[in-house]
Write a protein that binds this ligand. Structure first.
Ligand SMILES: [Zn+2]
Length: 182
């Protein structure tokens, strides 16, 4: 049994109470995730794993750190962000218990366990920033975070005509507000 996520457990197998810790890295040979963000082929997954021998098998717990890449679901900007997940699963001795995971030939293979944990933690609707305003529905241009908000920066007079058009609604509202105040 081999593979980048396979760990030996022979030295703690059938010895309840024994424990081993492993810290290692795996470079992915395939992409993890099918959504608009994923952990790419060649990305490194950092693992901290604890193997505990229990009566029924080997209890595997740990954390995996990686980075996902993809695009913002609103504005399509390239994004990347860290992903950290925790996992825990009992790898039962063969014949001991109905389980998805088994100790095989004195080894445990964590690949499915870690991959599922990472993929499930990927954001379903990733955004470049929490308040990403997305794309302008008319032009398809990316809106900036300050669009529609009051800007104190001086406006180039050549743009002021455009600015008036885009600000029309907001300006009308603020004029109305000013009238009420005065
Ligand atoms: Zn965005």
């Amino acid at each position: 049994m081999n593979g980048p996520f396979v760990l030996p457990v022979r030295d703690i197998s059938r010895r309840p109470g024994e424990m081993r810790e492993h810290a290692f890295e795996v470079t992915l040979a395939e992409r993890w995730g099918e959504g608009i963000v994923s952990v790419e082929t060649g990305a490194v997954v950092d693992l901290d794993v604890r193997l505990e021998s229990v009566h029924e098998g080997i209890l595997v717990s740990g954390t995996a750190d990686a980075e996902y890449v993809g695009v913002c679901g609103r504005c399509l900007t390239d994004i990347s962000a860290p992903v950290e997940v925790e996992f825990q699963e009992l790898f039962a001795y063969p014949g001991e218990e109905e389980t998805d995971f088994e100790v095989q030939d004195d080894h445990v293979d964590l690949e499915t366990l870690v991959r599922d944990a990472v993929v499930l933690s990927l954001p379903f609707q990733p955004v470049c920033q929490p308040d990403c305003p997305g794309l302008d529905p008319n032009t398809g241009e990316r809106l900036t975070a300050s669009a529609g908000a009051e800007s104190t920066a001086p406006i180039d007079p050549r743009w002021s005509a455009l600015q008036q058009i885009t600000d029309q609604d907001g300006a009308a509202e603020s004029r109305a507000a000013e009238k009420e105040e005065s």
